[in-house]
Design a binder for this molecule. Structure first.
Ligand SMILES: *Cc1c(COP(=O)(O)O)cnc(C)c1O
Length: 390
């Protein structure tokens, strides 16, 4: 189906931070399949683990114990300070689990129609509940009636949240620590801590969508750790399997006890293959200290871009955290994706006017320089031909 306006290129091979197309041309990957391939492509250790697991056991069922799933749950709860985990296959499904936890929590508190506070410009997925939670009319258009029970407030605005404190029907707040699809929007310092405190005071669950920000992307294992915040539940996916589909809902405290047998499930979720992939990813990220590397490399890219783009009037702001970076332009710039492609550089444009970079976390000196050179050239060319002409 025509669900994507695809770029006219097909990649047939990858290695580290590079992809090759059918004609043998090499590209620098600065988007990682939208924040998925944090370890880069064709990682030999991951490939070896997957091949071995394929020869051993791919799938059993969640009606049986799955030792690899138990190990992965133990690793992720230890790294995040959470108590338990539910495994699924995507970010949207992980968020569905958050939404179901919120509804269970609300009903436990005697709320007939529990509501979840969500944010403007958020993105939570494409299933009916998650697109209803998403703060983007384009994602929702044509799919009405939407799922009920979401209240929307501006992102990063703690006063807007506090103004809902008197409402009796609120069960939870669902928020991204940094908005990804919404344009790499970073909330004010202390925002997440304030939301955490408000949720505690109100008896609301704090639900974090870390699907994009999790797994070392922003320079910590999870973006909430920058503020020392532990949510009641959090959603992971994207980089967790480095390309093998896997999603996860982590929960802590009373929220970890809400699900009972029969309340939720998944056929594929947490199967041996997916869990072996994620366990291997976690092991490599830990051993190679990729959170620290992402923080360091991201700062270099951010500083480099700020310096080199300072003379471009069409660049409003360069912002980011770790390897999650946005270049805010003063106009819609979707054509930059194709211009990047022509220059051998894979980037993304989101929220119409933000060039988004989500490079593999494994970038070295060479890749940082290549990226800075290529993106600077593409943006200067864009400014010369498009902006001056306008
Ligand atoms: C990508 C993304 C999702 C959806 O994940 P899928 O795996 O595509 O379902 C949800 N939330 C955030 C923040 C995302 O970036």
């Amino acid at each position: 189906m025509a669900t994507y306006a695809r770029q006219p290129v097909a990649f047939v091979r990858g290695e580290g931070a590079y992809l090759w197309d059918e004609a043998g041309r090499r590209y620098l990957d600065a988007i990682s399949g939208i924040a998925v391939c944090g370890l880069g492509h064709a990682h030999p250790e991951l490939a070896g683990a997957l091949a071995e697991q394929a020869r051993t056991l791919l799938h059993t069922s969640n009606v049986y114990r799955i030792p690899l799933q138990e190990q992965l749950g133990a690793r992720l709860t230890a790294l995040s300070g959470m108590d338990n985990a539910f495994f699924c296959n995507s970010g949207a499904e992980a968020n569905e689990a958050l939404i179901k936890l919120a509804r269970l929590h609300g009903h436990d508190r005697g709320i007939d129609a529990p509501a979840i506070i969500v944010m403007e410009n958020s993105f939570h997925g494409r299933t009916m509940a998650t697109l209803s939670a998403t703060g983007n009319g384009k994602v929702q258009a044509g799919f009405e009636p939407l799922v009920q029970g979401f209240i929307r407030v501006p992102y990063g605005d703690i006063a807007a949240l506090r103004s809902l404190a008197a409402r009796r029907d609120v069960a939870a707040v669902l928020v991204e620590p940094i908005q990804g699809e919404g344009g790499v929007n970073i909330p004010p310092v202390g925002y997440l801590q304030d939301v955490r405190a408000l949720c505690h005071a109100q008896g609301w669950l704090l639900l974090l969508d870390e699907v994009q920000t999790g797994m070392c992307r922003t320079g910590r294992w999870f973006a909430c750790q920058h503020e020392g915040v532990t949510p009641d539940a959090m959603a992971l996916a994207k980089s967790l399997g480095n390309g093998v589909p896997i999603g996860c809902c982590l929960a802590s405290g009373p929220a970890a006890e809400l699900m009972k047998p029969g309340k939720h499930g998944s056929t594929f979720g947490g199967n041996p293959l997916a869990c072996r992939a994620a366990l291997t990813v976690v092991g490599i990220m830990e051993r190679d200290r990729l959170a620290e590397q992402a923080a360091r490399t991201g700062t270099r890219i951010l500083d480099g871009l700020r310096r080199r783009l300072a003379d471009l009037s069409c660049v409003r702001e360069v912002r980011g955290r770790g390897m999650m970076i946005g270049v805010q332009l003063d106009r819609p710039c979707n054509e930059l994706v194709k211009q990047g492609l022509d220059a051998g550089l894979l980037i993304n444009v989101t929220a119409d006017s933000v060039v988004r970079l989500l490079p593999p976390l494994i970038y070295g000196e060479t890749e940082v320089k290549l990226l800075l050179d290529a993106l600077t050239a593409v943006l200067h060319e864009y400014a010369r031909t498009r902006v001056e002409a306008a």
